[in-house]
Design a protein around this ligand. Structure first.
Ligand SMILES: *[C@@H]1O[C@H](CO)[C@@H](O)[C@H](O)[C@H]1NC(C)=O
Ligand SMILES: *[C@@H]1O[C@H](CO)[C@@H](O)[C@H](O)[C@H]1NC(C)=O
Ligand SMILES: *[C@@H]1O[C@H](CO)[C@@H](O)[C@H](O)[C@H]1NC(C)=O
Length: 570
């Protein structure tokens, strides 16, 4: 009886509707599908959609300026860490926002659950037929013939006009995932004889073999990275894993035996999982990307506790939800890892501006807890995350356009030059943050008219820094071989940051946290090796040339560990 009553009440509410929710307006739409996708049939009416709704946050710009304050050396607030309560005071939605949206959903018989620490994301599951009506949408199956993948999306959707200003977006709707998933560009099947060399920090000469086979000892010699063990157990470096990329312990042990014989053979990484993630250990399950990321953190950040965070697929499809979930997973911890490296990304134009902004703001919240967030910049030069067909404008990548993370591009050779695939450029969504204005203006004036009209001079420019990204030796499924991609560079740079944090923590000082205000400062940029040659062709152009100072191929440059130690005050 009770059940019958409830259903009847909901039925009445749905039919009557609430007058205040009747008038609708378009919240987001896109005129065309991203390159490579083809519109298919209407999505089956009874298919269940797991929709996520982003509520407007009360004062996210206030949190952004707090993050800049606590991350800018010399600022009175430099070095502080915000508590979750403080973060919520900026990043939670207003109570009125939450209750209005709940009222709308309830009037349609929909119950939701909160899926973010700050309460600004909720999730609910409804059939396609109801979603089409509720949101004035046309959920359709979009095919990606090259990969055979399918995504259910709509090119437009609406919300009640009375909820404008309360709802930022609903996902997945007009944003498309990266169907390729990951940016490693070369296959490890190409076997290269590994350069064996004992690790001797004092020997400054970089072996010539490092020109064709990059190993941890090459990086130690090239960047002055210490081989001695880090000492601080509280210092954590997290490596994110998506799309069934699994990190293999036996391969790591094999890798260390070949390339870091000075480390204990028992050296291991920790595992955490979310969204039904796992990390199976059969050799055939070992992923190129996951093994690369683990081998170039465990093998470079000597002695730093490394955690592989395997994000499963327990959401609608693709990995953009996973990008949000891993941040909330870390935010929920009392002491999240001080560094997070991610080698996944996609073209900025495949996702809606509102979603890009919302994910970027999730990085703001984790940054407020002093986690350095690093991403590979992408592997398509100026043509995007992979080489994408582009006719008019260059294709910036996501999340490199977000001003509150650190984007890592790629170099090659022991006289370092830009890797040709190193993605770089200017966001069309995010405005240029003040910490990089001077560096970017200097580059643009040196660049002159080259590529004029093909990029957005007012956008957030990337990458911020770079590291070795070609001929990088890894072990996968027992085989040793070389890979290339900015996927190599992000874990390497993240390892350097973790080793700096180890020294800072040992000295009783806070971890570096959000890096960019420090990196772009006079003292920070002077501690990097400026890369001034090479370019990143794409879109029928030579791309951007690397130049003295910051450039949109190699950023500010590659690390010099001893100079960085001095720059952070040690
Ligand atoms: C947002 O936060 C900033 C930084 O703390 C503060 O100055 C500003 O007054 C806040 N704005 C609102 C509307 O609360
Ligand atoms: C780092 O910079 C210092 C100071 O310029 C220099 O002496 C040293 O050789 C550099 N280290 C490496 C590994 O290049
Ligand atoms: C250029 O970037 C700004 C953000 O800085 C953005 O508002 C604008 O829409 C972009 N222009 C184009 C043509 O995408």
């Amino acid at each position: 009886m009770r059940t019958g009553f409830t259903l009847l009440a909901m039925f009445v509410a749905a039919v009557a509707g609430s007058p205040s929710f009747r008038s609708m307006l378009v919240l987001e739409q896109r005129s065309d599908v991203p390159d490579g996708f083809v519109k298919g049939a209407p999505a089956p009416a009874t298919d269940i959609l797991n929709l996520r709704l982003a509520l407007k946050q009360t004062n996210i710009s206030g949190l952004q300026s707090m993050l800049l304050d606590i991350s800018t050396p010399g600022n009175a607030l430099y070095g502080q860490t915000l508590t979750n309560e403080e973060i919520e005071s900026f990043a939670a939605p207003a109570p009125e926002t939450t209750s209005l949206v709940q009222e709308w959903l309830a009037s349609n018989g929909i119950t939701s659950k909160t899926i973010s620490v700050t309460g600004d994301w909720i999730q609910f599951s409804i059939p396609v037929s109801q979603a089409n009506t509720l949101l004035e949408a046309q959920f359709t199956v979009f095919n990606h013939p090259e990969t055979g993948k399918q995504f259910t999306r709509t090119l437009t959707y609406s919300i009640p006009a009375s909820l404008q200003g309360h709802i930022d977006l609903i996902h997945p709707t007009i944003s498309f995932e990266n169907p390729f998933g990951l940016p490693v560009v070369a296959s490890p099947k190409v076997l290269t004889p590994p350069a064996r060399r004992s690790t001797n920090l004092e020997s400054r000469a970089v072996p010539a073999s490092c020109n064709t086979a990059v190993t941890p000892s090459c990086l130690q010699a090239l960047y002055g990275i210490p081989a001695t063990l880090a000492t601080q157990a509280s210092n954590q470096l997290a490596v994110s894993g998506f799309i069934d990329q699994f990190a293999n312990q036996v391969d790591l042990t094999n890798f260390l035996a070949q390339f870091r014989p000075d480390l204990a053979p028992s050296t291991f990484f920790l595992l955490q999982t979310l969204d039904d993630g796992e990390n199976p250990q059969t050799p055939a399950d070992a992923g190129v990307e996951a093994n690369l990321d683990i081998q170039y953190t465990v093998g470079v950040a000597s002695g730093v506790p490394i955690t592989f965070i395997s994000v499963g697929n327990d959401f609608q499809d693709g990995n953009l939800e996973g990008f949000l979930d891993i941040i909330n997973f870390l935010l929920a911890m009392d002491t999240p890892p001080q560094v997070l490296t991610t080698s996944y990304g996609q073209n900025e134009n495949t996702i809606s501006a509102a979603l890009a902004v919302k994910l970027c703001n999730a990085y703001v919240t984790l940054g407020a807890k002093r986690t350095s967030i690093l991403f590979a910049s992408g592997d398509g030069g100026v043509a995007g995350s992979q080489t994408t067909r582009c006719t008019k404008s260059f294709l910036p990548t996501f999340p490199s356009g977000c001003p509150f993370m650190t984007s890592v591009g790629g170099t090659t050779g022991i006289t370092e030059t830009a890797a040709t695939f190193s993605s770089g450029g200017f966001s069309n969504v995010f405005a240029q943050p003040s910490y990089q204005t001077a560096a970017v203006e200097a580059y643009l004036s040196a660049l002159g008219k080259t590529n004029a009209g093909k990029f957005n001079t007012s956008g957030r420019a990337f990458p911020d820094v770079s590291a070795q990204a070609e001929n990088v030796q890894i072990v996968v499924g027992g085989e040793t071989g070389a890979v290339a991609g900015t996927s190599c560079a992000s874990p390497i740079f993240a390892s350097v940051v973790s080793l700096l944090n180890d020294r800072l923590i040992a000295a009783g000082q806070p971890a570096l946290g959000f890096l960019n205000p420090f990196l772009y400062s006079a003292v920070g940029s002077a501690a990097l090796n400026d890369i001034t040659t090479g370019d990143n062709p794409g879109c029928g152009t030579n791309g951007f040339p690397a130049k003295a100072g910051w450039d949109p191929v190699t950023g500010l440059g590659t690390p010099n560990f001893s100079k960085l130690l001095t720059a952070v005050g040690l």
